[in-house]
Design a protein around this ligand. Structure first.
Ligand SMILES: [Zn+2]
Length: 147
């Protein structure tokens, strides 16, 4: 469930008036910039990271790039950057999943669209759609295993 990640994702979508899906990459970048972070794309980087107020991201295909930005936004909103644990990684992953596939909207779509259609609509890989769907049913004590 990741209640707090879910709530934070929902509030962030609302506060930024996001209603277009897939969420445009520039819209996610703008929220990050609004939180006083710079974004630097480094083609040779294998994994995104944050140093000081700068977010360094790898040059990834759009679907992966979207997830990567949303994950880092999760850290910015949820965490103190100096603490990195598997728990905070899982929380940032859950934030990203809820942010890119919003609570309520995704659950409704799940009744009518298959995973390929959902992948298309939300601009994320199919495996990621499946993880997001699992968040709905996973009991609290097992949620960490999802990510
Ligand atoms: Zn992380």
């Amino acid at each position: 469930m990741f209640k707090f990640s879910k709530k934070c994702a929902y509030n962030t979508l609302k506060a930024n008036n996001i209603s277009e899906f897939p969420i445009p990459i520039y819209a996610i970048e703008q929220i990050i910039i609004d939180h006083d972070f710079d974004i630097v794309i480094i083609p040779t980087l294998r994994k995104s990271c944050v140093f000081d107020q700068t977010l360094f991201v790898a040059n990834l295909p759009d679907t992966e790039f979207r997830i990567s930005l949303a994950h880092e936004l999760g850290h910015i909103l949820l965490h103190d950057f100096f603490i990195h644990s598997s728990r905070s990684e899982a929380q940032a992953n859950a934030f990203a999943a809820y942010f890119l596939m919003p609570p309520g909207m995704f659950e409704k779509d799940l009744e009518q669209l298959n995973e390929w259609e959902l992948s298309e609509k939300y601009g994320v890989p199919v495996e990621y759609v499946i993880k997001r769907a699992a968040l709905i049913t996973e009991p609290r004590n097992k949620e960490m295993r999802l990510f």
